[in-house]
Design a protein around this ligand. Sequence first.
Ligand SMILES: N[C@@H](CCC(=O)N[C@@H](CS)C(=O)NCC(=O)O)C(=O)O
Length: 230
Amino acid sequence: MAAIKLHILKPSVNNMSARVFIRAAKLDFAEDDAWGKTRSPDFLTRNPAHLTPMMEFDHLPKGVMWESCAIMQYLCNKHHLDKFYPTAPEARAMIDSAMFYIIGTLYPYIARATYPALGFPQYAGEVGASDASPEAKAAAQKAAAAALEEPLSVFHKFYMDGKPFIGGHEPSIADIRLAASLEFLAAIDYDLPAWAKTYMAAIEKALGSAYTEPAADVRGYIAHVKSQKK
Ligand SMILES: N[C@@H](CCC(=O)N[C@@H](CS)C(=O)NCC(=O)O)C(=O)O
């Protein structure tokens, strides 16, 4: 039996991040498709946040953990995967900063801009989840898409700053998280800047099937959703 079990939802880029990483790191793992199971009594007992990716691993104090970035950080720490997560405090600080910026700033914009097109529920308290008019919801979605430009430019100019990846010459866990997040932008045919297209192609080339296999699930879902709208 594999040491690590990853409970996943295939159309999700939060999940894609952990799925790409675990393959790229060549760890021994098994995946369980959690579709339709995340609110079951058994899942909620283990994970009251009902979020995937959820990693099940005996060594953890509670047997499971969630949050894609924390899972990647933990596995790097556990298996000394320094190439994905450098140990020098300053280099590590930049990877952590980039990942927090993705989760705290970039991803909420991505979710508000793409979840309506993907058919995913939006977060409570947001326009998209309210009983606002279709026009107000469309305006909120448009505003979120417009807001993407700034954080994207920050990744390019500040974190990459002339290097191919946030991690330097090799993709780091922050790069895996960023590239996976950007996959959802295809759902709204977002016009990615040229550097971002080059960046995503470089990640895919560097990671090979570790990237393309989980990406195929996300891309397949987006293609399916788009085909339903024709
Ligand atoms: N910040 C979290 C987000 C996790 C998340 O939102 N997971 C969603 C899928 S995209 C989920 O599992 N939803 C199932 C549910 O809430 O029942 C991460 O990066 O792992």
